[in-house]
Design a protein around this ligand. Structure first.
Ligand SMILES: C[S@@+](CC[C@H](N)C(=O)[O-])C[C@H]1O[C@@H](n2cnc3c(N)ncnc32)[C@H](O)[C@@H]1O
Length: 431
């Protein structure tokens, strides 16, 4: 495998050859494209400033290869460069078939095709104008192992692109596809936004979803087609903008209802700096999730810990306490027997806290979420979990002075296994 610096050099050489440059100041960008690309650029600028219709914006930006390259240079080049460097570190098959969904004008796919002449690449996008530019780009670059098709991913694409793919790739596509109104707004809210939207509800797993919702989810045409076109054991790699851990979890849950098994240990975060519309530099973090076409399995705790990098995992493992997204991912992956759960609403209106104590195999767990998005998970062997009991008791009793406490369940046999004295801890209120 090439070293990172060699990969970076290869990416830069390609981008230069494909006329993708670096972002400039916004004023310079607008005056440059208006001067060089006339009415196409005017239309693009107007739609960009209105910021409403993505479909029209994509059509306008692809009115010529020159304009498409200028827009990509300004808004996408740092992301394309970082994603390409990440993908070229052994994540693309050197032989075999690769499909890119929502490929736009194909810069990334052309780059991959130029690096792997023995593999075969197909790009699919619903924007006819983008595909036209992609074909022009291929001709200009003289690539022979790549072709492009027009097609709407949301309507299924198995018949358009054939099958037996080793890798299906999607970059910044699914956050757009999943919000497309394929069903009524009410049904969409019910099926795609199936994780609770309130800030304090703990996430839950597909196994806990209503059967009818799972059946609906399984009919997601785009993901059904991904599974259909992949060969057995093939890889689906999605790089996307899931701004919160909740959105990422929804995405993982949705793929789980298909035959796609998330490999968190192979997944990653792609971080890069780009220029916002107000000329400010901002750091963006995209989630790269890797899935394998195998009968669905839930990710293991080890997968989840590796997702965040060894340093943090080691520290958290020693302490047995996790916060934020790792806490939530681990909580959702644990087999759980709830011992005790309550909700405390602060009388001064400062928020709500939820707490759940339970058993997960030989481990006791304490999971806390607050309406300020705080999430924590403490895991320790049952034999020593009673040490946690002290702090749980104190926390719980403290709440009675300042909160309205609502019980959400109590299983005395689980508390017994955790060696938490029921009466002493929760008093007569749990009777
Ligand atoms: C943000 S752009 C990303 C383009 C490219 N993947 C990249 O990384 O530069 C999203 C692309 O997805 C395409 N797209 C959106 N919805 C689609 C759908 N339902 N089917 C096919 N393509 C779609 C758009 O036309 C657009 O080219």
């Amino acid at each position: 495998m090439l070293t990172v610096s060699k990969v970076e050099a290869a990416v830069d050489t390609f981008l230069e050859k494909a006329h993708i440059g670096l972002p400039v100041a916004m004023d310079e960008f607008w005056s440059g494209i208006l001067q060089e690309h006339g009415t196409g650029a005017e239309e693009f600028q107007e739609l960009y400033q209105l910021g409403v219709n993505l479909g029209k914006l994509y059509r306008a930006m692809h009115s010529s290869l020159g304009l498409a390259n200028a827009v990509l240079s300004q808004f996408e080049s740092p992301r394309l460069r970082t994603a390409a460097v990440w993908l070229l570190q052994g994540r693309i098959p050197t032989e075999g078939k690769v499909l890119d969904l929502g490929c736009g004008s194909g810069v990334l796919l052309c780059l991959l095709a130029s690096c792997y002449p023995n593999a075969r690449f197909t790009g699919l996008d619903k924007c006819k104008e983008a595909i036209q530019i992609a074909r022009e780009r291929v001709a200009g670059l003289g690539l022979r192992n790549i072709d492009f098709q027009v097609g709407n991913v949301a309507r299924g694409f198995g018949n358009t692109v054939g099958g037996d793919y080793d890798l299906v790739l999607s970059v910044l596509l699914f956050h757009e596809v999943l919000v497309e109104p394929q069903m009524s707004e009410a049904a969409r809210m019910r099926y795609y936004h199936f994780l609770p939207t309130g800030p304090i509800d703990p996430c839950f797993s597909v196994g806990e979803l209503d059967e009818s919702i799972v059946r609906k989810l399984t009919r997601n045409a785009a993901l059904t087609s991904v599974v259909k076109v992949l060969r057995p054991n093939g890889t689906f790699l999605s790089i996307d903008r899931w701004p919160t851990i909740r959105e990422l979890l929804k995405w993982i849950r949705l793929t789980e209802t298909h035959e796609l098994h998330v490999l968190l240990a192979e997944s990653d975060h792609i971080v890069f700096e780009s220029r916002g519309s107000d000329d400010q530099l901002m750091t963006e973090r995209l989630r790269a999730t890797v899935f394998r076409k195998v009968p669905a399995q839930r990710p293991t705790a080890l997968d989840i810990l590796r997702f965040r990098g060894p340093q943090m995992s080691e520290q958290a493992c020693q302490e047995g306490s996790y916060e934020g997204d790792i806490a939530e991912l681990l909580y959702s992956a644990l087999p759980r027997q709830v011992g005790f759960a309550y909700q405390a609403e602060y009388s001064d209106g400062s928020g709500i806290e939820r707490c759940e104590i339970g058993l997960s195999g030989d481990f006791g767990y304490l999971y806390r979420t607050t309406s300020c998005e705080y999430r924590s998970l403490v895991l320790s062997p049952c034999s020593i979990f009673s040490r946690q009991a002290q702090s749980i008791q104190e926390m719980f009793r403290g709440h009675f002075d300042s909160c309205t406490v609502t019980f959400r369940g109590c299983d005395p046999s689980v508390l017994q296994q955790l060696r938490i004295p029921l009466k002493e801890t929760f008093g007569p209120r749990t009777q």
